[in-house]
Design a binder for this molecule. Sequence first.
Ligand code: 8X3
Length: 257
Amino acid sequence: MTLAQDSAARTAVVTGASSGIGAATARQLAAAGFRVVLTARRKDRIEALAAELTAAGHQALAYPLDVTDRAAVETFASTLGACHVLVNNAGGALGADPVASGDPAQWLRMYETNVLGTLHVTQCLLPALTASGDGTVVVLTSTAGHATYEGGAGYAAAKHAEHVLAETLRLEIVGQPVRVIEVAPGMVKTEEFSLTRFGGDEAKADKVYAGVAEPLTAEDVAETITWAVARPSHVNIDLLVLRPRAQASNTKVHREL
Ligand code: 8X3
């Protein structure tokens, strides 16, 4: 399979594009005129979204990919062709246990998906992003990448590391034609984030948003990413933190219960 195409459209790769923020970002970048390449492990989902976008007159392709599989990411990069924007969205949280009882396997998995996944894809696509003459790397971290909360250590540690990756990369490639944008959302209600975190336990997942008037939506975050990517190329949105109005900090949330 080759993803190279003759097209005047700029190419945007979105990881974790099968649902939530990734899918919403792919939709909005496509609407903004990008040729979008949707990657995620779940082939059926990204193929359905690519078909939906194509039927709507956009340019969209699906490429099944596990960002933790270095060899697969290298193969993807070698077939991609031009790349102007990379949105590192794949990742997520597993568990909310205290440090005293947290599961090391969950900590490791969160490091692998959030940090090493972003590392693999960014390393492998950086040559194409640089060759584009005007590349953008977006790293979707979290407010958990900037402060912690009880029960959040494993996720916060991974997101802090991902934040450091973004900040360090920006220092290292200054002078090259690639921007590094970090978007750090707080409470976002998507169909899967909390459900995955709590192993499919709907009651626990729902409790996260209990009484919160309007958590952010995937579309809110996608709009923010698309806005940052659409700034003139000399403007670098280093870090953009967004939260719902009801959330003043990671630990201060207004709930109407
Ligand atoms: C998600 C934000 O507060 O659930 O990235 O850690 S939080």
